[in-house]
Design a protein around this ligand. Structure first.
Ligand SMILES: *[C@@H]1O[C@H](CO)[C@@H](O)[C@H](O)[C@H]1NC(C)=O
Ligand SMILES: *[C@@H]1O[C@H](CO)[C@@H](O)[C@H](O)[C@H]1NC(C)=O
Ligand SMILES: *[C@@H]1O[C@H](CO)[C@@H](O)[C@H](O)[C@H]1NC(C)=O
Ligand SMILES: *[C@@H]1O[C@H](CO)[C@@H](O)[C@H](O)[C@H]1NC(C)=O
Ligand SMILES: *[C@@H]1O[C@H](CO)[C@@H](O)[C@H](O)[C@H]1NC(C)=O
Ligand SMILES: [Ca+2]
Length: 551
């Protein structure tokens, strides 16, 4: 019970009333109607919805069964890991089970029997859904925390990965980075990737078990200790570049790079005490629904926002069909306290009146902040950007930082090197496809509307990675030197991959058309029989001539 109260108190600031309803039925002068607000789902224990993968294969202990011991008891190596015996097995799922009081359950790796080869393991957590952290990630290690490890994350379901935080007992030695603490970061560096030494030093394996990614400390930079000033945090999340994304991910990877050493150097005579054992990975966060949903459900094995505001998609990341009069936008925490729903609109609704900023005074592009909604109304970027600039001398509002490989005033074109996906709508994340022109075969990396690249001489195919007939590929397309039709190797030579003739002894030239004797008499001497028969031929020809002349 005490535990529960402590947990509730701990979560209170983030669970509090903010942005928890999407709409309410209100009565105004014009009668009752719906009013809409920015809204987001509650924070949850994300470990309940995760799939895990542990690499490399065979890194989990117990197959074959193995003995191990602990740093506290290094000479009593009687503990056993055996994958085929449930009581002695340590599979990955034990990092996500409910930790009842009493004995911890944990995943465990093989021991470092192959020292000095490093003992490396990757633990990859995937949600197949964007989530936003609302509290620290806490990883609990039984038998000591790694001396070197790092966290990586992906925002695109594992296609690309980015470093998230580095951990080492000596950051400079392990990663060439100075050691930093999150508590020392400032408002301008709140999303900096750091290396910390706080969670890697030996302190006894029973005493210090946790490794953290400090989310609350980073929130506290804006919201103050105890996170009392959440309004300031929400304001910063809307305005500070990259800050929201810092807490967002679809996948998290823990790279274990060197196990606990018990506070000393590696003792080769007893490698049974070096391994990784993780009993829990706590990830607290919420579904990212772009402030268009306050519910997120687990359906068919994946988390899914229950979208409002006439949006749809796993993250409410686009407008429903027939609600695309205005391009999609995320809801906003601003203005406080209810935010802006930025709902999608059906044709015929009263949106989209074009207004220009009054009295433009400054020259050049000026970022339009979120506050004046008139300007934002003009910011139509098909959902590929939330920001626009006003260019005074052209009197236009243009999107800035178009994402998803788009460009243009309304992010309506594809960047150079990309082409329009015919089956995707303009507000689709997949609207631009990479040309992927073969670097050697093509003239440049641009392509036409159907994805065809412009090829160098001899190259062919949509991506210029093929050769035309009568050309062969070797770091580019080159005209055939020989073939079976027109450029046939002479005198019994054979054509090698259209690149050259392999000539029999005594012949040379591109098509073996030249006898070596024509120019090089020594070769003829050594090939004396050829030489002899040639001489005989010449003599008999001479005799024939003499006969004709009828001497
Ligand atoms: C762990 O993942 C990284 C990429 O994030 C990869 O380079 C490395 O080879 C992986 N290590 C293992 C042991 O699978
Ligand atoms: C990921 O989620 C999407 C959308 O809910 C679903 O269609 C897809 O099957 C899921 N993929 C996996 C590997 O679970
Ligand atoms: C969404 O569309 C319905 C009509 O299907 C409309 O009644 C409702 O008000 C719309 N919601 C928002 C937030 O625009
Ligand atoms: C084109 O867009 C559709 C619809 O979003 C998507 O399913 C498909 O994967 C895209 N094609 C490519 C090659 O990206
Ligand atoms: C793109 O180029 C290919 C090959 O030159 C051509 O067949 C195709 O019609 C072109 N597509 C467009 C839309 O121009
Ligand atoms: Ca456990």
């Amino acid at each position: 019970m005490l535990h529960l109260v402590a947990f509730l108190l701990h979560c209170l600031p983030l669970a509090m009333g903010h942005y928890d309803i999407c709409k309410s039925w209100v009565t105004t002068d014009d009668g009752p109607s719906w009013e809409f607000y920015a809204c987001q789902p509650k924070a949850m224990r994300m470990k309940d919805y995760v799939t895990v993968r542990v690499d490399p294969p065979g890194i989990t202990c117990g197959d074959p069964p193995e003995r191990f011991c602990t740093h506290e008891n290094p000479y009593l190596c009687s503990d056993e890991c055996d994958a085929s015996t449930p009581d002695l097995a340590h599979p990955p799922k034990l990092m996500f089970d409910k930790e009842d009081e009493g004995l911890a359950t944990y995943w465990q790796s093989v021991t470092w029997s192959r020292y000095p080869e490093p003992l490396l393991a990757n633990i990859t957590l995937s949600w197949n859904k964007s989530i936003e952290l609302t509290d620290d990630i806490v990883v609990t290690f039984e038998y000591g925390r790694p001396t070197i490890m790092m966290l990586e994350k992906s925002l695109d379901n594992g296609r690309t990965w980015h470093p998230y935080q580095y951990y080492a007992d000596d950051c400079m030695e392990a990663f060439g980075m100075p050691a930093r603490r999150v508590r020392d970061l400032s408002t301008t560096s709140a999303n900096r990737i750091i290396c910390t030494e706080e969670y890697s030093r030996w302190a006894g394996s029973k005493k210090e078990k946790n490794v953290r990614l400090e989310v609350r400390d980073r929130f506290a930079i804006f919201a103050g200790q105890d996170l009392r000033n959440m309004d300031n945090l929400y304001t910063r999340l809307e305005s500070a570049k990259g800050l929201k994304d810092f807490f967002t991910m679809t996948d998290l990877r823990m790279r274990l790079l060197r196990p606990a050493l018990g506070g000393t150097y590696v003792q080769r005579e007893n490698l049974y005490k070096y391994f990784y054992a993780v009993s829990n990975i706590e990830v607290t966060g919420r579904c990212k629904c772009n402030l268009h949903a306050n519910l997120c459900s687990f359906k068919e094995g994946s988390l899914q926002c229950e979208c409002e505001h006439n949006t749809t998609g796993q993250d409410c990341g686009k407008c429903k069909k027939n609600f695309r009069t205005r391009s999609w936008r995320a809801g906003s925490y601003l203005p406080l306290p209810n935010g802006s729903p930025n709902a999608c609109a059906a044709a015929g609704s009263a949106f989209g009146t074009v207004r220009r900023p009054a009295n433009p005074t400054r020259l050049g592009p000026k970022p339009v902040p979120q506050e004046p909604p008139e300007n934002i109304r003009d910011c139509e970027c098909y959902g590929h950007s939330n920001r626009c600039s006003y260019i005074d001398f052209l009197n236009v509002v243009t999107c800035v930082s178009c994402k998803h490989n788009t460009r243009g005033q309304h992010c309506q074109h594809c960047r150079l090197g990309f082409y329009r996906n015919g089956s995707a709508e303009l507000d689709d994340e997949n609207v631009c496809i990479e040309c992927n022109c073969n670097q050697i075969g093509s003239l440049h990396d641009r392509c036409n509307e159907t994805g065809y690249c412009e090829c160098r001489e001899g190259a062919s195919g949509p991506k210029c990675d093929d050769c035309l007939p009568n050309y062969y590929w070797r770091q580019g397309c080159f005209p055939n030197v020989c073939d079976e039709e027109l450029l046939i190797c002479q005198n019994g030579g054979t054509c090698y991959q259209n690149q050259r003739c392999i000539c029999p002894a005594g012949y040379k030239g591109v098509l073996c058309e030249q006898s070596k004797c024509d120019s090089d008499n020594k070769a003829c001497n050594s090939a004396s029989s050829t030489y002899l028969s040639l001489t005989l031929f010449l003599i008999s020809a001479l005799i024939l001539q003499l006969r004709r002349l009828d001497f």
